[in-house]
Design a protein around this ligand. Structure first.
Ligand code: 13P
Length: 323
């Protein structure tokens, strides 16, 4: 039991206990940019999906505590069959990843024989196993471009990201799937118009999971890691950030002289917020919840992830476009 006077006090005590347990378990804590502020504070590595996949491959730690959502921990498990991968909040899923099934993907492939399948990293291991190559929001355009001999490409499951890739690669025919991120699609043109009226000198930086109308009103379109990189090196002082609000913590920490605005308060991913310091402590104490992928699926899914990591020679978190 802890004796604590306030939530802050409670969190500080938990952080010390987590640090001790982390050493005992020979663990590393990997944290996505959308996680709670206090969870970002205990990270060995924070980043976007690509950076975290790359970090998961490079670590020598025996245990990876993955503070994110299930598909991210699953990717770490696929890339590290000999390590123990823990997802502290068992229920942290991704509705977008659940919007396609293997049966539906197989049916789509039958409709477009010969077309390679690019799957967004926000998918289950089974979908990755059924795909030719994986991508993240950071490298989606480069990955599709890398399929030089294929004019027609199947892209699942995020329709907005697929449309964005199509806009950047007009020579390709991208077969889309009707999936979407329930958080990013809450942003509408009207929110951006209002934010621009309130902050006329701010740049609009949007995640490619937003709808096309929102992306067309944006100055930059990039992954969360790309946003950090772009803003950290920008001379501009004001930014309208069109992605999940967890990103604000690092942006403000890195740039105390800059101002950040959300176009709508609705930009909160409930799944990303399920991980608390309490759950991270619990994960390390009980070695729970272990993420395992059946060997035959993991082997095939690893091919898709490895291909992505190979093609993705660019530094992780790099901006994918300037509009
Ligand atoms: P990033 O790869 O840009 O961090 O995006 C992850 C994600 O799941 C967005 O909803």
């Amino acid at each position: 039991m802890f004796e604590h006077k306030s939530e802050r006090d409670y969190n500080e005590k938990l952080k010390i206990k987590i640090e001790k347990l982390k050493k005992k378990r020979e663990a590393i804590i990997i944290v996505h940019n959308y996680q709670r502020d206090e969870v970002q504070d205990i990270a060995d590595i924070t980043g976007d999906s690509l950076a975290l996949s790359q970090a998961a491959v490079k670590t020598d730690a025996r245990v990876i505590v993955f503070c994110g959502v299930h598909f991210m921990a699953e990717s770490a498990a696929i890339l590290n069959p000999d390590k123990t991968i823990l997802l502290p909040a068992k229920e942290a899923g991704c509705p977008l990843a659940d919007m396609i099934t293997v049966e539906k993907l197989k049916a789509l492939k039958e409709k477009h024989p010969g077309a390679p399948v690019v799957c967004y990293v926000n998918t289950s291991a089974a979908i990755k196993a059924e795909s030719d190559i994986c991508c993240t929001s950071s490298n989606a355009v480069n990955i599709v471009r890398s399929l030089r001999d294929d004019k027609k490409v199947i892209f699942v499951p995020d329709k907005n990201l697929g449309l964005y890739v199509q806009s950047q690669l007009p020579d390709k025919e991208i077969i889309l799937w009707e999936g979407f991120c329930p958080t990013h699609i809450k942003v509408q043109e009207e929110h951006i118009r209002q934010a621009k009226t309130l902050h006329p000198d701010a740049l609009v930086i949007a995640h490619p999971e937003c709808n096309s109308e929102v992306l067309n009103m944006s100055d930059q379109i990039t992954s969360t890691g790309g946003m950090i990189k772009y803003i950290n090196s920008s001379d501009k002082k004001k930014f309208i950030i069109v992605t999940e609000s967890g990103l604000f913590y690092k942006l403000k920490k890195d740039n105390p002289d800059k101002e950040f605005f959300l176009p709508t308060e609705q930009l909160i991913c409930p799944n990303m917020k399920l991980t608390t310091l309490g759950w991270v402590y619990h994960a390390l104490e009980l070695m729970a919840y272990k993420v395992n992928v059946p060997a035959d699926i993991a082997r095939k899914a690893k091919v898709s992830l490895d291909r992505m990591l190979k093609v993705s020679g660019e530094p992780s978190g790099s901006a994918i476009s300037g509009v």
